[in-house]
Design a protein around this ligand. Sequence first.
Ligand code: FES
Length: 142
Amino acid sequence: MSDDIYREIILDHYRNPRNKGKIAGPDVSIHDSNPLCGDEIDIHMKIEGDKIKDIKFEGRGCAISQASASMLTEMVLNKQLTSVKDLTKDDILENIGLTNLGPARIKCALLSLKVLKLGMVKYYADRDPASAKKLQEDSRTL
Ligand code: FES
């Protein structure tokens, strides 16, 4: 697909975000921001067994950070945490389709993945401390 089509998709997610809002009684809620610009993302999840049964996000910020969060929620809904916890920076950049972003924009695109990983750190803290530690380390590289 051309960059123009990807730009259209990003704008569509920015204007009509999927899975935006809150969840009643979430199993995990987590918040983080981009310290450089102050943009913010909150992620709320319902987890059953090892599966993300529901996920919603709230946030404010640039088109890339918000569209990327919207796309990420679609990507992980109904997925097993065991597969989601290994998502990488490259998976996200490939998903949003913009491969030649500058470093500042890459931070925008990865903010929601960072928040999702921090949410899983919280979820795994007592259940699986080794996974929680690995996710914490991963989140520092985003
Ligand atoms: Fe802040 Fe994009 S400008 S996340």
